[in-house]
Design a protein around this ligand. Sequence first.
Ligand code: CO8
Length: 380
Amino acid sequence: SEAVIRATGLWTPPHSISNEELVAAYNAYAERYNGEHADDISRGELEALTPSSAEFIEKASGIKSRFVVEKDGVLDITRMMPNIPERSNDEPAILAEIGAHAARDALERAGKTPADVDGIIVAASNMQRAYPAVAIEVQQLLGMEHGFGFDMNVACSSATFGMQAAADMIAAGNARAILVVSPEITSGHLNWRDRDSHFIFGDVATAVLLERAELGTGGWRIIGSRLKTQFSNNIRNNFGFLNRTERATGDNRPLQNGSPKDDRLFVQEGRKVFKEVVPMVSDMIREHMDDLGLEPDQMRRVWLHQANINMNLMIAKKVFGREAGGEDAPTILDEYANTSSAGSIIAFHKHSDDLKSGDKGVICSFGAGYSAGTVFVEKL
Ligand code: CO8
């Protein structure tokens, strides 16, 4: 039987960094770096770092601030990454903990308890450890003594791919309800020393509760969902379990050296991503609309992946066949920045209560892989 989206949940970190604060820290770092490497720079052996700018960031991306789980370490120019102290194996891992916060929020909004849920999928860009799966720890934190959990990673499209997997398992009779949880601590794998990307990401956790239709009321019917991937090196992170083995004996450089172009952190060709992903995603949504028999004027709203405001305005224009923005394609990018897989879910969570029964829209993710997912929904 059919799965519906019963409710969503959100956990927002307590700390926020404005563009101005971020740029002040980066520029102080760049000045120090240039001073320390003055000789190499004057000999032309090293390129000087150029300052970042808050005006550029807002104009190029639409981002004004980002939430982070810890702020002081990010702004400390001798560190430039969050301070997230190691916890013992007897304490909850931070990724599981924030995922459980979002999961509880979704359950509360649906008037459900962990006893009603049979599965946890943790779907996110970065997992805290290799094993045991973070999802199994979330299952334990929620106090579930039954059911199953597993992790999956499709970068920015993790949540929509997770929703498809959950809906299919519910339809196949494997679970009554499944929570798709996306805890994104992007601040851990963002290179805060890279001017091109230091402003892009923020931290958050979201959850989506999917349930067999006849087990409750309210929420959203899934009219159709579709997944797409196409290999690209334009967004890449080479961090991985073979890093240790990839070096010759005697090479003792740190695995993540934290240099401005460290490829064991997030790196991208932002321009190419923009150019290639806009048509890929617009075509995907339009083709899916055609197959579902949906005309642009039957679409009430699009909840798009939150990477770049200009990208979203172009995609929205193609979906609606007219200038579109604001209410048509709500943005949370200004406040949250890019939160990878959680972005379209935050937009949906914060901007869907005003829709009426029968209203239709699409939750759409896109990003590294490339990967993209469309989940068309109708308010019950
Ligand atoms: N301050 C001032 N100037 C800058 C800065 C800065 N911080 N950065 C770049 N500039 C300058 C450049 O040097 C360049 O100058 P010049 O023209 O003199 O060479 C000029 O600004 C223009 O640079 P760009 O062409 O790079 O700028 P864009 O207008 O393309 O904007 C963006 C850059 C905002 C990155 C834009 O290209 C973009 O948003 N592209 C789409 C990216 C995207 O959607 N990526 C998705 C990645 S998310 C994902 O898949 C999740 C992965 C997992 C997450 C892991 C967490 C870490």
